[in-house]
Every structure is written in C-alpha cells, then in structure tokens.
Design a protein around this ligand. Structure first.
Ligand code: 1HE
Length: 258
C-alpha cells in the first residue's frame, strides 16, 4: 500500500498507531488524506488487534481542508460527502477497535472523525466545535448521525446554530469523550487502553463494534433477539470457554475497584 505523506502508520505489537502528520495545516483533511485513512484501516496487518488514532502537533484535527472546498454542484457535493462516509465507515466498522487520542482542536470533520472511533480520550487542551454552521455549510462526514448519539441532537443544534465551543471538561460531561486526562497525556492513555482492548477475545470486540451499535438502533424485540444470537456465538468460542475456566480455577483477575 502507498503510504500518504500526511499519514503515518506504526505497528507496536498488536496495536496500530495511525497518526495524522499534517501539523502545519492543523491536520486538515484533504480528499487524499481521507482516502488514505480509508485505505489504512482497510489494509491493517492481520496481527493488529486494536488501533490508536492521533494527530501530530497541538491540534487533533481542524476538519475538512477548506482550501479544497471549491465550487461543487449538488451532485458533486453529495459524492464528496459519500466519500467521507465510506472512509469513516472503515474506521467505525473496520477490522479493530479504534481509540482516539484528542487534544487541541477537534472541530468540524475532525469531530466527525473522532466520533467514528470507539473510545475517545481527551486531554485538558481539547476543544470541540462545529464551525460548519458559521461557514454556511453542513456536516457531511456522518456527523449528523454519530454526534447526536454522543451528546444529543439538542447540543449539536446549539453548537451549529450558535458556534458554541465546548472545552475539555464540559465536553467530557456532555459525552464527547469517555476519558479526560491531563494535557499531553492523551496518547499514553489511548495506547494503554488499546493494549488492554487488544487482549480481549476477538469475537467480543467484534460484537461490541458490529452488533452493539446495530442492536441500539433496533426495536427492543429485534434487539433482544440479535443480542441472543451474538451472545450465543461469542460464548461458544474456545477462547471464551478458556477465559471462564481460568476464572473458575483462580487464574484470572477478579473485578476490582480502580
Ligand atoms: C486550515 C484549516 C482547515 C487550519 N483547512 N487549512 N474547519 C474549520 O473551520 C476550522 C478552521 N481552523 C481553525 O479554526 C484554526 O486553524 C484552529 C482552531 C484549528 C487552529 O488555530 P491555530 O491558530 O493553531 O492555527 P491557524 O493559524 O489558524 O492555522 C495554521 C495553518 O493551517 C493556516 O495555514 P497557513 O498556510 O496560513 O499557515 C491555516 O489556514 C491552516 N488551516 N485549519 C485548511 N480546516 C465532511 S464535511 C466537514 C466540514 C468541516 O470540517 S467544516 C470545518 C472546517
């Protein structure tokens, strides 16, 4: 696979570290970079069990590369949005769970990218905004589907209508991130979590990535049925039987207060 100059892939054991390396442009996402993200998640080595997504420099991502926002007709605009959808779909429903390490600006398409990840770790420098509202455009990278699931449609409406910016603390309370850490510590925490996630039974991670969000969209009756199917599949795996035996025979860690 041809590596894009603004995207770096490092493999550390069973964790892939995917880093946006366009700090001079605040990691703004050009079309080529979006396609490189798609290809990277599509082609992760089979040994990888989890990934960290990070951004070089003081900001995670400034969103769409506004320099490329040229005159498009309605059809081209729709196709452009669909290209983002396809790429971020490979992040959310790709081969492995993705932990985003957030810092500085997580704005516009950068927030859409972060919301396609499974876990978000934010350091105290993080801020969240959707400047599309004031740029006369709309989200196009799946933000209207994913962001309300994190913070609710009312907060997203407010952000886009009024230009409201959430700081790291308010953002964590609102639901953007599951973890809030001191400045400069997001990557370390994200890597620690990814290494922990990589040790899970692959089928459990698969169920969390692929079944849980779909069950959450289903009517309750369908959801219960889908849950039963995936629960049956997961517990039948030899890996699950071994892990339960390890606990019963005193070889596995108990659940304990952190
Ligand atoms: C960019 C971009 C960009 C920076 N596209 N070039 N996103 C936005 O509307 C956010 C626009 N960016 C900003 O508000 C600020 O740049 C930041 C708050 C992210 C960072 O501020 P700062 O002071 O650290 O950096 P800067 O001086 O503003 O930017 C440094 C350089 O990056 C500068 O270029 P230079 O050649 O003058 O050095 C900026 O022009 C450039 N830059 N952000 C292009 N976004 C699927 S649809 C999604 C729709 C959206 O994402 S819309 C929201 C776009």
């Amino acid at each position: 696979m041809q590596q894009h100059p603004d995207l770096q892939l490092d493999i550390r054991g069973d964790v892939a570290i995917v880093r946006l390396t366009r700090a001079a442009k605040r990691n703004a996402l050009s079309d080529a970079l979006i396609l490189a993200l798609r290809d990277t998640f599509d082609n992760l080595p089979g040994t990888v069990r989890a990934a960290v997504l990070d951004g070089e420099g003081p900001h995670f991502c400034a969103g769409l590369d506004l320099a490329e926002l040229k005159e498009r007709d309605a059809g081209q605009g729709m196709q452009h949005s669909r290209m983002w959808h396809a790429a971020l779909e490979r992040v959310q429903y790709g081969p492995v769970p993705v932990v985003a390490a957030l810092h500085g600006a997580v704005v516009g398409g950068g927030l859409e990218l972060a919301s396609a990840c499974h876990i978000r770790v934010a350091d105290s420098s993080t801020f969240y905004a959707l400047p599309e509202g004031s740029r006369g455009i709309f989200v196009g990278g799946g933000g209207s589907v994913r962001i309300p699931k994190l913070i609710g449609a009312a907060r997203m409406t407010d952000m886009m209508m009024t230009g409201r910016v959430y700081n790291a603390e308010d953002g964590e309370r609102a639901g953007f991130a599951q973890y809030l850490v001191p400045e400069g510590k997001a990557f370390d925490k994200a890597l620690e979590l990814a290494e922990r996630i990589a040790k899970n039974a692959p089928l459990t991670n698969y169920a969390l990535m692929h079944a849980l969000p779909r069950i959450a969209e289903q009517p309750a009756d369908h959801g219960f049925f889908t849950e039963a199917l995936i629960a049956g599949i997961a517990q039948a795996a030899p890996d699950a039987k071994e892990r339960v035996r390890d606990f019963l025979e005193g070889r596995a860690a108990k659940v304990s207060k952190q």
